[in-house]
Design a binder for this molecule. Structure first.
Ligand code: TRH
Length: 400
């Protein structure tokens, strides 16, 4: 039987041998945690699995520190787990010593510092330059993935790298050790008991309870859902990392706030507020839950690898540009579900994203089918290949 210390967090896997490839990742944080969440996960993977020397330029150390508590807020440059982190404090800043890496990743269309681009052009061998785009499951993504875009003035080419859910795209991030870490956690009763005790101060709930993790933006549908959970026939244990939805949970219980460590009960519903977890630990929350509510981009991906039924609160965009993305993701994820389960899932996702009322009883009725599909989908998605591996392979083909 595995002991409580036998499961290695995904971040602590043995490092790959150094390859001498240097990589700079530039990340401008628009809001929340997804921009740096994706960049930091990619950085860690390129360093640990591909042996690259990685440097991350990021303009918001506060957002970053939530995911990585060992980060110092007052340092212009620091090393975290073998990765150099530069506080990118102004558009012109490109590190105290201007060195240009072999591979340059401009995340989500953030503009590289002009002096850095000029230095890229002066480099004896031009670096491999990627624009890493946001994830979308839409069909057009495969057509645009790896399209080159020559620079208008310099002898440089930028390659558009599109994450995606289908063949021909860049895929999504997945660490090599992820499935084994999940399997070890799921197989270890002591591991799970230790997790529940550490995270909620209590023993794991009975098997009759449905455990739900809730990571979402402010969402008007939450009130109805909390009522349905309160009134449900079976117990519901809700785990809420402190954040944008916490205020609504507090209001439901008539509390001034629902800060980490709080616990509240009403009817069949029992809720724990959790402290925001260090990024590698977030997966364990998903593995410990039966149903995961996730949002944005990175948690959406992690929920797919957790292979549990999940509900996506997509990042809202102007003119409802996010709605086709929501439906494209559903088309992949729900593809082989029986029609009634597929419709129930689509209705629930749409309700959670502003159209209609979420029907928990209906979702629960289809949960066995959703659970089976979630496991199959994780296998299907893995066939697209992992984003870091796909990116490293392409970069190496260009560096030859
Ligand atoms: O935080 P998000 O909503 O982030 C983003 C940004 O808003 C971005 O601008 C937008 O373009 C993008 O979404 C689509 O959601 P996301 O992407 O899931 O990022 C959250 C990160 O926080 C993810 O890496 C998981 C991590 N996390 C923890 O590390 N600990 C926690 O306790 C929780 C709840 C999340």
């Amino acid at each position: 039987m595995s002991s409580a210390s036998s499961v290695r967090p995904v971040s602590e896997q043995p490092a790959a041998a150094p390859t001498g490839i240097a990589c700079d990742i530039f990340c401008a944080v628009i809001d929340n945690f997804g921009d740096i969440g994706v960049c930091w996960r990619l950085a860690r993977q390129l360093a640990s699995e591909h042996g690259w020397q990685v440097r991350v330029f990021v303009d918001d150390l506060h957002a970053f520190q939530k995911l990585c508590p060992s980060l110092a807020l007052d340092r212009a440059r620091q090393a975290v787990g073998g990765i150099v982190v530069e506080h990118w404090h102004e558009p012109a800043h490109a590190g105290d010593t201007l060195e240009v890496a072999d591979v340059v990743i401009e995340a989500f269309g953030c503009e590289l510092p002009p002096i850095y681009v000029a230095a890229m052009a002066r480099r004896e061998r031009a670096p491999v330059w990627f624009n890493l785009e946001y994830l979308s499951g839409e069909d057009w993504v495969a057509d645009f993935h790896l399209r080159p875009s020559p620079h208008p003035r310099y002898p440089l080419t930028k390659t558009f790298f599109f994450p995606g859910l289908g063949p021909g795209t860049g895929g999504v991030l997945k660490e090599r050790s992820l499935d084994a870490a999940r399997a070890a956690f799921e197989a270890s009763q002591p591991e799970r008991e230790a997790w529940w005790l550490k995270t909620t101060g209590r023993a794991p709930p009975p098997l009759t309870a449905t455990v739900v993790s809730l990571f979402a933006y402010e969402n008007p549908a939450i009130d109805s859902l909390l009522e349905q959970w309160r009134d449900s026939a079976e117990p519901v244990v809700l785990l809420v990392p402190e954040g944008r939805i916490s205020g609504a949970v507090a209001r439901f219980f008539g509390l001034p706030a629902f800060a980490a460590g709080s616990h509240a009960e009403r009817g069949s519903l029992s809720v724990h507020a959790l402290a925001f977890i260090e990024q590698p630990g977030y997966d364990t929350l998903l593995w410990a839950s039966d149903v995961n509510f996730v949002r944005g981009e990175d948690s959406f991906v992690r929920a797919q690898w957790a292979a549990k039924p999940f509900v996506w609160h997509i990042y809202p965009q102007a003119d409802d540009a996010h709605l086709p993305k929501l439906d494209a993701a559903l088309a992949h994820y729900a593809r082989t579900l029986p029609a009634d389960a597929r419709d129930a899932l689509a209705r629930f996702w749409h309700a959670w994203n502003g159209t209609g009322r979420p029907d928990w009883a209906e979702f629960q009725r289809h949960r066995p089918a959703l659970k089976q599909r979630a496991a199959e989908w994780a296998v299907e998605l893995a066939q697209v290949g992992d984003l870091a591996g796909n990116l490293a392979l392409f970069a190496k083909s260009q560096l030859k």
